[in-house]
Design a protein around this ligand. Structure first.
Ligand code: GTP
Ligand code: MG
Length: 824
């Protein structure tokens, strides 16, 4: 491919430039893809050999192209354009012919760049003209209905992508838009049109005017374009002004509390109290003055604010639309609250009327007898937070007053937590990914945790030995039986006792000196006494374990590990270092912890708070000191041990999850799995497919983006050359292109095929796009890339939401296209 030196510098000067470049990347004769058909929802990881920081980026799928994708393309290392995360990325056009092998349906799923119709364009013209009115109307109507249903996506947004001031640029170029009138400006015109931005991103003529409500959620959130145009200090000042200047604040008439519209003094009281409802949007709310519970009208409580505020009307019995016949301070509570109360062991038969005070103490109405404190136990606070019910912080008042006493109330933004739900069938690697996230971004392991991990690792070691010893017994029996049935009287052919013409030894026969230990260990396991001895006796038997592990009979047994249930491949890793792991001063390394089984519960919930600590332009904006990122994440791992998600009654507690991540071990396509209560064996990938489908059908995740992690790519790559993908009947249509034989390219094709099968399935269930990335759970870099991909998906989803209002600034797309430009 030829290089055009001008193009990197001035891509925006020529609207067709990217097309030229793209055309050059396509094989001769391939039809040129329509930009609306680009699909970023499959990610590949590429690790260039000489680059220190590999990156995952989404690959655009170019529909209607006629050739199979070339898997990767390199970006020149010395390209000055790439100083961001994407420096080391690759991007390649991927023909959706792969998907055509699967079905055309996928192309029908909703994408961010939806096709437009004339009717919709006309509608949109009207829409735009009346948009401000509509915002206002909405504010007065204070509707809480789904915005997606309410407002059509503006269909002339291609026109809008052009800079309002200079008229230049195409839809792929970044724009920043005015938070009042939505006029868009390119980087050259931004400062000229918005000046010093004393009220944030507003055209000079819009200063003083109220913002569009649809922009409220993004107030104070910097875009990449702004951070390129202004210095970090300026960005901080502009963002602070945007969030805090009076013109951009809510107006009292936009809020109705307990059926009564607020007055200015009510709003002041509400926002000025110790614990105000942060990030308040226009709407109708209910407020329980006695407990401080606060929620949207018709919804469960959303937060706990200061009690006893004199705002709004009287709390109505049906304020939260509950139907449980249990009442708190006169309000009929919702099902979720009732479930929580039951878990918190509060007796609440139907008809109970509770009186709950702002410190959490409660009593039954009329009994004058405090029965306890609802939020008293740490465990109930945890359940509460997992159920998305508000939790009063013991220090909430202190915290809030400290925050308020600081000059920067935007610190409240620290409260933003995005929940990432991680699901996957047993063996998919969710546990490993969870641990990797903790190593990458979470808290360090405390000495106590390390001590527990050490004991767990030591116990596990004895479990592995016992599985091997048990398997050895079985194999020995089988081998001897076989030898004896084929015994033809030739006594020389067998070793051992030939007195009765029977062989008594074979490759699985254990050295007699281990016999006693072996019998004892298997006995205590059978009797359920294992935990009484281990890990306490670890050190005592460690030399023996070491010897047994090296014994040829055990090594022979290990060779047949595929036939041994409950023997993970990490057994070798730990048994190889049995002596070291048993010493007194052994401390688990990161790798030991990563490989250790049982660190996260394999049945139930675990959660982990983290934030990205990378400081690239792709990462979130940071606080005023530039130290900690403002967006926090909570990774919630939910393991159901194969139980169908339909049977998980707790799932709807996570309806506010920001993204659902489903992890699949790609290498499971040839594995068998006992399914259902009858234990019938079936291909594991079919079980995974059904499990994934059942999750995708959950109404609570109907609006949540889904990311599929295709994990264990390393094992897959190695396996695919030996075992065809089509051993799984779901993948029987896979026909790899003959021209590409290499292991990598075969694995790559198979990866896309599997991804498209899942996308097709998800599309048919939800009508939406599934995002897919690959990973190797044991490699931290790979998990890091998968996480960044998930973060991008969240951003896209945010922008999609905004696009519904016609304010998509399309920043991310631009970066990807830029990356693509450089694939020469
Ligand atoms: N080779 C390879 N092994 C992996 C990968 N991801 C996880 N593993 C291993 O696969 C095994 C199963 O992974 P786990 O992390 O236990 O996943 P899980 O079974 O979903 O989680 P649990 O239910 O807690 O057991 C472990 O031995 C991991 O070390 C990977 O990408 N490549
Ligand atoms: Mg496991």
């Amino acid at each position: 491919m030829t290089t055009d030196p001008d193009y990197v510098e001035q891509p925006s000067n020529n609207n067709n430039h990217w097309e030229d470049l793209l055309r050059r990347m396509l094989p001769a004769g391939a039809p040129f893809p329509d930009e609306d058909q680009l699909d970023f929802s499959i990610s590949v990881q590429y690790q260039p050999p000489t680059h220190p920081y590999p990156t995952t980026i989404p690959i655009p799928i170019l529909k209607n192209s006629t050739t199979f994708p070339k898997p990767t393309k390199k970006i020149p290392q010395n390209n000055p354009k790439f100083t961001t995360n994407f420096t080391n990325s690759i991007i390649s056009p991927v023909s959706e012919q792969v998907s055509d092998q699967v079905s055309d349906k996928v192309s029908d799923v909703v994408s961010f760049d939806t096709e437009t119709t004339q009717e919709e364009e006309d509608d949109d013209e009207d829409q735009r003209r009346t948009d401000n009115d509509e915002d206002d109307k909405k504010n007065t109507e204070l509707s809480s209905t789904n915005v997606n249903d309410e407002i059509k996506k503006p269909k002339n947004h291609k026109k809008k992508k052009v800079c309002t001031r200079c008229g230049k640029g195409n839809r792929l170029r970044e724009k920043e838009s005015c938070i009042v009138c939505d006029a868009r400006y390119c980087s050259n015109c931004l400062i000229k049109s918005m000046g010093s931005m004393p009220e944030g991103r507003k055209c000079v003529g819009c200063i003083g005017q109220p913002i569009r409500e649809s922009r409220r959620r993004r107030l104070g959130k910097c875009s990449r374009m702004l951070s390129k145009v202004c210095s970090p200090l300026e960005v901080r000042q502009i963002m602070m002004a945007e969030k805090e200047c009076p013109a951009n604040q809510l107006r009292p008439e936009q809020l109705v509390v307990n059926g009564v519209e607020l007055q200015q003094e009510d709003l002041c009281e509400l926002l000025g109290c110790h614990v105000p409802p942060v990030k308040l949007k226009p709407g109708r709310y209910w407020y329980d003055k006695d407990s401080g519970l606060w929620g949207q009208e018709g919804e469960k409580p959303d937060r706990i604010i200061s009690s006893k505020l004199n705002v709004g009307g009287k709390l109505q019995v049906d304020a939260s639309n509950g139907n449980t016949q249990v009442y708190i301070n006169g309000r009929q509570i919702t099902k979720i609250e009732l479930r929580f109360l039951k878990l918190a062991k509060v007796q609440c038969p139907q008809g109970t009327h509770f009186w709950v005070y702002d410190d959490g103490s409660y009593e039954e109405e009329g009994q004058n007898n405090i029965k306890g404190n609802i939020w008293g136990k740490a465990s109930t606070r945890l359940i509460c937070s997992l159920f998305c019910l508000p939790v009063p912080s013991e220090h909430s008042r202190d915290e809030a007053s400290t925050l308020l006493s600081r000059s920067m109330p935007h610190n409240l933004e620290h409260g933003r937590v995005e929940k990432l739900m991680l699901f996957g069938l047993e063996g998919s690697g969710t546990s490993t990914i969870f641990k990797q996230v903790r190593f990458l971004y979470g808290d360090k392991f405390t000495p106590e945790e390390l001590q527990n991990l050490k004991l767990m690792i030591q116990s596990n070691m004895y479990r592995y030995v016992s599985v091997l010893l048990e398997g050895r017994e079985r194999f020995e029996e089988e081998a001897l039986m076989e030898q004896n049935t084929s015994f033809s009287g030739n006594e020389d052919s067998v070793q051992g006792d030939s007195k009765f013409g029977k062989s008594t030894r074979c490759v699985y026969s254990l050295n007699t000196k281990f016999k006693h230990f072996s019998d004892w260990l298997l006995d205590i396991l059978t009797m359920g006494d294992f935990d009484n001895y281990f890990p306490a006796a670890t050190r005592e038997y460690a030399p023996l374990v070491d010897e047994i592990w090296k014994d040829p009979a055990i090594q022979e047994t290990y060779k047949r590990r595929d036939e041994l249930q409950h023997l993970p491949d990490v057994a070798k890793y730990f048994l190889d270092q049995a002596i070291e792991l048993s010493s007194n001063d052994y401390e688990p390394t990161e790798k030991d912890i990563l490989y250790a089984e049982g660190v996260t519960p394999s049945n139930g919930l675990s959660y982990l708070d983290f934030s990205f600590n990378d400081r690239s332009p792709m990462s979130e904006i940071h606080d005023e000191n530039g130290l900690s990122p403002l967006v926090k994440y909570q990774l919630i791992r939910m393991s159901t041990k194969g139980k169908p998600y339909d049977a998980c009654k707790w799932l709807d507690m996570f309806e506010d999850a920001r993204v659902v991540v489903f992890c699949v071990a790609l290498s499971d396509y040839d594995q068998m799995w006992a399914h259902g209560s009858n234990g019938i064996m079936e291909n594991k990938m079919l079980a995974i497919r059904d499990s994934f489908a059942s999750l995708a059908r959950q109404p609570c995740f109907a609006d949540t983006p889904f990311v599929l992690i295709l994990n264990k790519y390393d094992v897959f790559e190695e396996k695919i050359v030996r075992t065809p993908l089509s051993v799984c009947e779901w993948f029987s249509g896979f026909g790899p292109l003959k021209a590409q034989h290499s292991q990598q390219s075969l694995a790559n094709q198979a990866y896309y095929y599997v991804a498209m099968k899942f996308k097709e399935l998800y599309g048919s269930i939800s009508g939406r796009k599934l995002f897919v990335c690959q990973s190797v759970g044991r490699e931290s870099g790979s998990v890091e890339e998968a996480l960044k991909y998930i973060r991008e998906v969240i951003r896209w989803d945010e922008e999609r939401e905004e696009d519904v209002y016609g304010i998509n600034v399309n920043e991310d797309d631009d970066s990807f296209y830029n990356s693509q430009f450089d694939c020469r």
